[in-house]
Design a protein around this ligand. Structure first.
Ligand SMILES: C[S@@+](CC[C@H](N)C(=O)[O-])C[C@H]1O[C@@H](n2cnc3c(N)ncnc32)[C@H](O)[C@@H]1O
Length: 213
């Protein structure tokens, strides 16, 4: 019983660590990249995003919640340039190092949040991969609405959300992270002025929504 309680608490703690800047201690950007590389669902989601995001060669793309820059660096060859934004400066430093190592010059990384992306040029496409669900996990629908409204304020042609979201039955409160129902994400995008042009279910808890003006 004591062991079970300890395991439960450890699980809660470990998972909480992924949710905010202060909680990343002990989980390095290298760990994240290694985990993402072997995570089949993440890779399927990324492949879908790369194949279907309507990105043109002249586009400026914002990758919000860029983390270690996996998506931003993949998108660099498809557009004019990518702006990677995140609230976690240590991971941004690591993303910059990767860009340098790979000789990718049309990606820049800087501090920015969903509500305040810190972008001072027109953006054609906004991409959010495995990031927006954190807004819902932290503050429910109000926080997610604030996040989506923040991105919508950039007036981009298109928003691509490749993310954790629930396509299945409502989650029980005991589950460690609360995912937004797909319908909630979709409705908030419509409220923000977008039309949904593609919804792809990767698994019951991961999917891609493409929304255009
Ligand atoms: C699981 S990582 C995903 C990173 C990357 N997009 C990918 O697909 O690998 C989630 C990222 O979202 C960032 N994040 C969380 N809340 C955010 C916010 N309010 N504004 C911007 N980024 C945020 C975290 O710092 C983290 O780097």
């Amino acid at each position: 019983m004591i062991l079970e309680t300890l395991i439960h608490q450890h699980t809660l703690f470990t998972v909480r660590m992924t949710n905010t800047e202060r909680d990343y201690h002990g989980y390095t950007p290298m760990d994240y990249d290694a985990d993402s590389e072997t995570d089949e669902v993440y890779q399927m989601c990324l492949s879908y995003l790369l194949a279907h995001a309507p990105i043109e060669p002249d586009d400026v793309v914002l990758d919000i919640g860029t983390g270690t820059g996996i998506v931003a660096l993949e998108l660099a060859s498809k557009c004019d340039h990518v702006l990677g934004r995140d609230i976690y400066d240590e991971w941004l430093r690591y993303a910059r190092e990767k860009a340098e190592q790979r000789g990718i010059e049309n990606v820049s990384f800087g501090h920015g949040s969903f509500r305040d992306p810190n972008v001072d040029e027109p953006v054609d496409v906004v991409v959010a991969s495995y990031a927006l669900y954190m807004a819902y996990d932290e503050g429910g629908e109000d926080e997610l609405r604030g996040a989506i409204d923040g991105l919508a304020s950039l007036n981009s042609r298109c928003v691509v959300i490749a993310d954790k979201m629930s396509f299945g039955p409502v989650q029980s409160p005991s589950e460690y992270e609360t995912l937004p129902p797909m319908g909630t994400v979709a409705n908030l995008l419509v409220d923000a002025g977008f039309t949904l042009t593609d919804i792809e279910i990767i698994t019951a808890s991961v999917g891609v929504i493409i929304a255009t003006r």
